[in-house]
Design a protein around this ligand. Structure first.
Ligand code: DLL
Length: 433
């Protein structure tokens, strides 16, 4: 089912006109109400009435995470905070978070884009939606919740953690759609094994997984173990939360809901726009939100866009799964490495589990990367010689995929931390060295 065929299957020309109109209105609103944007637009000598085509997008100023921090907490809101009905915040590791504000209309738009997301994953009003994304300032829980209710699903607002109880509820309530991070989906599978819980007792048909990068290998293992169709869903707090893009049944990229959020790809170094099909940094402009519409937000996520019409009938462009972020790229002895490339290699190796950690250390001026990965319980009891052979196999595959030599250490089953939300895979000890 397509939730909103009018917008999702709109003629691209017609949509471009809608986008230009909404963009012009948004620029006029931020110019009138947000001093910071007024100043940036003045510097760039651009006025709302100068915007006559989508090409004019590239004349607009960028917004970065630093700009949002500098204007903490409400500086970039386009309405007074007391006219908002909700805030959410991004999960920064240090310092102040980014605060996103929502007017009542924004909550409505968000529920619509989430309903589209659920429909992309095959959901209907008959589904029982088990929502294990965290509730609170994080956008995952409440985001999926409102969209699920709008669609008419029976929403189970279970949030993350207490996996044994999650399994029980999924079985007893007949949950048909699971929403959580891909790493938590793997944790659920793992814990079911440990508890001796036969996963055929639950009857999931699809999963909406996102909030962190995951590989095709992770998709295969989640689909196989949970017996569902796994869909990638994407979004970020600064834009709205989840509900920015979602993968349909064709699984050939994530449809970007560009009647609300216009995507662009830029070269992160030169900041020039790149043509469709080229990989670079994803940038979004919000064109329908009232409280917190950001212009050309630099996501730091790396992907490319495809404007071909999809076999599902949706005409909205598709972004390739996110392979990494400009800021989680590791530079190991001069070579750029993304954690997702390592995951892709590890998950194709039968003898190891999909639980790993990347430990970075510094010896003198050289960075060193150690990949720690759990062996499967069956393998762990094997002879040392066999384990050494597996280690060597992983080392070889990683060095041919990454073009650098990395250290590999097999660790005992269940020793690497499990996650109910976003996984933290990189342990950076370089500062302490
Ligand atoms: O993670 C929103 C979300 C919630 C998306 C639930 C999907 C499901 P933030 O905490 O602000 O928001 O983190 C946003 O997470 O810039 C990406 O780097 C990463 N991310 C989100 N979805 C995906 C995905 C939520 N499907 C940041 N694949 C983004 C890869 C993702 N990375």
């Amino acid at each position: 089912m397509i939730w909103d065929p009018f917008y999702e299957c709109m003629d691209p020309e017609e949509r471009a006109q809608l986008q230009v109109r909404r963009l012009r209105e948004t620029v006029a609103r931020v110019k009138a109400n947000v001093p910071w944007y007024r100043e940036r637009l003045r510097e760039k000598c651009i006025a709302p009435e100068d915007i006559t085509s989508l090409d004019d997008l590239r004349h607009l100023p960028f917004t970065t995470k630093v700009d949002l921090r500098d204007n903490y907490p409400f500086g970039l809101f386009a309405i007074p905070p007391e006219e908002c009905v909700r805030i959410h915040a991004s999960s920064g590791t240090t310092g102040k978070p980014v605060i996103a504000g929502y007017a009542r209309e924004d909550i409505g738009i968000w529920a619509e884009t989430i309903a589209r997301t659920i429909a992309c994953g095959g959901g209907t009003s008959h589904d029982v939606l088990h929502n294990a994304y965290g509730y609170g300032l994080f956008t995952g829980g409440l985001g999926l919740h409102y969209g699920g209710e709008l669609m008419g699903c029976l929403v189970v607002p279970v949030s993350g953690g207490n996996t044994e109880r999650q399994l029980m509820l999924m079985e007893d309530l007949g949950s048909s759609i699971l929403c959580c991070t891909p790493s938590y989906a793997l944790t659920i599978v793992d814990e079911a094994d440990e508890l001796g819980f036969d996963l055929s007792r639950i009857n999931l048909k699809s999963g909406l997984f996102g909030a962190e990068p995951w590989s095709e290998g992770a998709r295969e293992s989640i689909e196989e173990r949970l017996g569902l169709s796994a869909h990638d869903i994407y979004g970020l707090t600064e834009i709205i939360g989840p509900g920015v893009a979602a993968e349909c049944g064709a699984k050939a990229g994530l449809h970007v809901f560009d009647d609300h959020f216009i995507p662009e790809i830029i070269d992160p170094e030169t900041e020039e726009s790149l043509p469709p099909g080229e990989k670079g940094e994803l940038v979004f402009t919000c064109i329908s939100k009232r409280a917190f519409p950001v212009l050309r937000f630099r996501t730091r996520d790396i992907t490319k866009l495809d404007y071909e019409v999809c076999e599902c009938g949706r005409t909205q462009p598709r972004m390739e799964r996110i392979t990494g972020r400009t800021d989680d790229m590791l530079i190991i002895r001069g070579v750029n490495v993304f954690p997702s490339q390592i995951e892709e290699v590890l998950l194709k190796i039968e003898e190891v589990e999909p639980h790993y950690q990347l430990v970075l250390t510094r010896e003198g001026r050289l960075d060193n990367l150690e990949v720690q990965v759990e062996v499967s319980p069956a393998m762990f009891s094997d002879e040392v010689r066999k384990l050494e052979a597996i280690e060597e196999k992983i080392r070889e595959r990683l060095s041919s995929a990454l073009n650098i030599r990395v250290d590999v250490k097999l660790v005992e089953p269940k020793t690497i931390e499990r996650f109910a939300g976003k996984a933290k895979r990189v342990v950076d000890m370089r500062e302490e060295a």
